[in-house]
Write a protein that binds this ligand. Structure first.
Ligand SMILES: [Zn+2]
Length: 467
């Protein structure tokens, strides 16, 4: 691994003119209209999940591939929700590389949008549409890379497989789960590149590139408070609404234990190394048991994105109780969104949760999520990760940070099967939450950011797959 890593770095730094990037130059300016046209076509298909209708997207992608002689297969558990798989063969001297993007999108509240959410409207250098950020940008990037590999007749050491999968937004049984279970040989790979990362921009330049190597595991639980029903005119210490409210309040203020993992440790170490002195001191302090509590508190108030990476988080999100103003209900219920660290012992965690609530009338029922398996993080010392580092240097003069995603992606299923899966993404502004991001109203992506995403994927693929 170390020897291969060194080789990748030498190739990137050498600039001898013999590197893969130089042998397969791409005129990105010339390619821009095609990227935008294909992207718009994908965005204009309403593949809101539910119901999905991802087959419509898969068919457009399949037609584009087949038009240029790349055979595409559709695999479907539900005919309206097909997954697309296409493969360019390599010599087989190295194991395959999988590039992927999901074809479904989350729904929209049309009246909250300033433009048609499926219109691919272009305005002030931005493209607005549901799916612009999540995840038709990766779909078009994968498609373009396949077309370029074919057009330029790139000789490959490993197969490059393109997967445009359905159902990522909460219905993986028709998408990645179905494929892993029924079509594993068609997508099995050494490395996979998917959504989840981003190139973080500050002061007009890319400051660092986040490549996600692991993600938190979505869990959940219902709290159900039980008590006798009764008349609203008679106060009762057994009122289920009151017991539930007290339990929710305890959970809402419970600071779950801070715990560093190998991945978070590496992330904060690398982040400290490229941050201004004050921030750097803070990121080093979080690694120091004597000072971590204070920084953790700071994160809670000012950097919630960092706060959640350090723990299994519990967030009350829904409360339901009662049906009439003058009736005490016999049951009251709340939902907890739990995002677990990958190695969390959930049985122990739920025991701790019950101890914090400390109320025998409140039942804790773990949700049957099961959508995402837990798995160890992908490595940062292999050919693929070193390729990200050399590509980031070449494109942005920026270092790479291994990231931990608080959300969930189809990488989870692949990591659980032993694939080293990485999340990369478009250029995004630094700071907590940006307008027009994934799942938000007026979701959009800057045109230049989309182009750089395609280029990033192309360079990374060429780096590890070209002979
Ligand atoms: Zn997504």
């Amino acid at each position: 691994m170390t020897a291969l890593g060194c080789l990748a770095v030498l190739t990137a730094l050498g600039g001898s003119g013999l590197g893969a990037q130089e042998r397969y130059p791409v005129d990105w300016g010339k390619l821009q209209p095609e990227i935008l046209e294909r992207f718009s076509a994908l965005l204009k298909i309403d593949s809101s999940n539910p119901p999905g209708n991802e087959t419509k997207v898969a068919e457009v992608v399949a037609a584009a591939l087949e038009h240029e002689g790349i055979p595409a297969q559709l695999f479907a558990l539900d005919p309206s929700r097909a997954n697309l798989v296409a493969r360019l063969k390599g010599s087989g001297s190295k194991r395959p590389l999988l590039i992927m993007g999901h074809t479904d999108v989350v729904g929209v509240q049309r009246d909250r949008w300033s433009v048609d959410p499926f219109g691919a409207v272009r305005k002030d250098g931005l493209i607005y549409s549901r799916g612009a950020n999540d995840d038709k940008d990766h779909v078009v990037a994968g498609l373009m890379v396949m077309l370029l590999l074919k057009r330029m007749q790139v000789k490959l050491d490993r197969d490059v497989i393109f997967l445009a999968e359905a159902g990522e937004e909460g219905t993986t049984q028709v998408g990645i789960d179905y494929l892993v279970k029924n079509h594993w040989p068609d997508i099995e790979a050494e490395y996979a590149l998917a959504e989840g990362g981003s190139a973080i921009e500050a002061d007009g330049r890319v400051h660092h590139v986040l490549i996600n190597v692991t993600e938190k595991v979505p869990r959940g639980a219902r709290l159900i408070a039980h008590g006798p029903s009764g008349h609203g005119s008679r106060p009762s210490p057994q009122n289920a609404v009151v017991h539930l409210a007290a339990a929710v309040a305890k959970i809402g203020t419970w600071q779950t234990p801070l715990r560093l993992t190998e991945a978070t440790r590496e992330y904060f170490e690398r982040l400290a190394a490229i941050s201004p002195p004050r921030e750097a001191a803070r990121y080093r302090a979080i690694l120091d048991p004597a000072r971590s509590a204070e920084v953790d508190r700071y994160f809670f108030d000012h950097e919630p994105g960092h706060y959640t990476l350090l723990r299994t988080s519990v967030v009350p999100t829904m409360v339901q109780a009662g049906f009439r103003a003058n009736v005490i209900p016999s049951e009251a219920e709340a939902y907890l969104d739990i995002r677990a660290l990958p190695d969390e012992d959930m049985a122990k965690f739920f025991a701790e949760l019950r101890r914090v609530i400390n109320d025998p009338t409140v039942e804790v029922v773990p949700a049957q999520t099961g959508g995402r398996p837990a798995a160890p993080p992908s490595r940062t010392d292999n050919t693929m990760f070193h390729a990200f580092e050399s590509v980031s240097r070449a494109m942005f003069h920026a270092p790479v940070l291994p990231g931990i995603l608080a959300g969930a992606t189809d990488c989870a299923q692949l990591r659980a099967k032993g694939v080293e899966c990485y999340g990369f993404g478009p250029i995004a502004a630094s700071g907590e939450g940006s307008l027009g991001g994934a799942h938000s109203d007026d979701e959009n992506i800057p045109v230049r950011s989309l182009e750089r995403l395609v280029e990033f994927l192309w360079r990374a693929v060429i780096e590890v797959a070209a002979s």
